[in-house]
Write a protein that binds this ligand. Structure first.
Ligand SMILES: Cc1ncc(COP(=O)(O)O)c(C=O)c1O
Length: 390
């Protein structure tokens, strides 16, 4: 009898621990408490109006059917053009797939590449779904511990050291979730060359491109065409709920990715694709750049504030909207500390154990996805809480 039994594979899929924090934050809010949300990994801004207007125009016609599995040709052309403008690279629209979020891009990329038992090197701390999706497709994620000294990013040397005969490829993200750190051109070059030398694949998660506060982010496509690049309309474009992203694959993987899109999703959401046609307009870009500037000043405020409170921080993270703070001055268990901060200070954060197994108990992720005013208030509450016994 198999009733009531789920697969062994799914048993090893880890939950998001931050959901416990969010559930408790909800309960507290329902009981009348005010909670500062610094756990949320999505922009607090609403979708830019030109994108909403485009969706409304499309919905008014009411012709909401599937698109081609690969996505709307016009949107793929716009993305190809975006790569030309932003990165000075030529990417044929034939290699671009419109997916349900970067999440959809991750599944298509990994399903295209993995056979049972194939090992994939991932960054720890890193985006937790990577390891889980590798497992779902029968692969074996091998998290590599990266620490503050490496700016929480993989290096060519670390990849070479971890490579075994079972290793098939590597996943990176720059800027990273949860650390906001980036790899520069020469580091990325080193990673791409190392992976190529091992004849492996590289998946480069570029979902936080656009949300960078110093030098512009380098795309892996500037270094090689033989990479899988995923991106999304979720973060920079402020479209999390529309579930829309994209995947760029090397020529050889186009037929495989097409078959997978057909079978897994049929197509990405049609109304979202029509809405996203307005994402690359000048009008939208003005709004997005203003928001980027706002994120930058929030980052500065939160960074200085946390540092002053005694959290141990690396240099200012250059991108995304996260600060990964070492809280060893206050606690040896960041999960318990996160719950305590919520209960006693009314500040919600994400515990390190959502991002891997490499010393997660030392870290908390703070997201600056809330206003400067709320960040100030959060810092004020943290200060009172941390000074309580002094
Ligand atoms: C690094 C990274 N990759 C991928 C995703 C998936 O995003 P989405 O499916 O909304 O595009 C996220 C979401 O938080 C992320 O942080």
């Amino acid at each position: 009898m198999n009733i009531g039994k789920v697969s062994k594979r799914v048993e090893s899929i880890s939950p998001f621990y931050v959901m416990d924090i969010m559930a408790r934050a909800n309960e507290l809010e329902e009981s009348g408490r005010d909670i500062i949300h610094m756990e949320v990994g999505e922009p607090d801004f609403s979708t830019p109006q030109p994108i909403i207007d485009a969706a409304q125009r499309f919905l008014a016609i009411g012709d909401v059917h599937y698109t081609k599995a690969q996505g709307l040709p016009l949107l793929r052309e716009k993305i190809a053009n975006f790569y030309h403008q932003e990165y000075k690279v030529e990417v044929s629209a034939d290699r671009i797939f419109i997916t349900p979020g970067a999440s959809g891009a991750l599944t298509v990329a990994l399903a295209s590449l993995l056979d049972a038992g194939d090992e994939v090197l991932t960054c720890d701390p890193g985006y937790p779904c990577n390891n889980n999706i590798v497992t779902l497709f029968g692969g074996k994620a091998k998290p590599i511990a990266v620490d503050a000294a490496e700016h929480f990013q993989l290096t060519g040397a670390a990849i070479t050291e971890a490579w075994t005969p079972a290793t098939r490829g590597v996943m990176i993200a720059s800027p990273s979730n949860p650390t906001g750190t980036m790899v520069n051109r020469s580091q990325l070059n080193d990673i791409v060359q190392t992976v190529n030398n091992h004849n492996g694949f590289l998946i480069s998660d570029e979902i936080y491109h656009g949300l960078v506060y110093g030098q512009r982010a380098i795309s892996a496509l500037e270094i090689s065409d033989n990479v899988f690049v995923l991106n999304s309309f979720s973060k920079f474009f402020g479209m999390t709920g529309w579930r829309l992203g994209w995947l760029i694959v090397p020529e050889y993987a186009v037929p495989a990715a097409n078959r997978l899109m057909q079978n897994l999703y049929i197509s990405a959401p049609t109304h979202s694709q029509y809405a996203a046609l307005a994402a690359f307009s000048d009008e939208t870009r003005v709004i997005l750049d203003q928001r980027r500037d706002e994120f930058e000043s929030r980052r500065d405020m939160l960074y200085e504030g946390l540092k002053e409170l005694g959290f141990v921080l690396i240099d200012k993270p250059e991108g995304a909207f996260y600060i990964y703070a070492d809280c060893r001055a206050f606690s040896e268990d960041s999960y318990a500390f996160s719950l305590q901060l919520l209960e006693e200070a009314g500040v919600a954060t994400t515990p390190g154990k959502d991002f891997g197994i490499s010393s997660p108990e030392r870290y908390l992720r703070f997201a600056y996805t809330t206003s400067e005013e709320r960040i100030q208030e959060g810092l004020r509450r943290l200060k009172i809480f941390l000074m309580r016994d002094k």
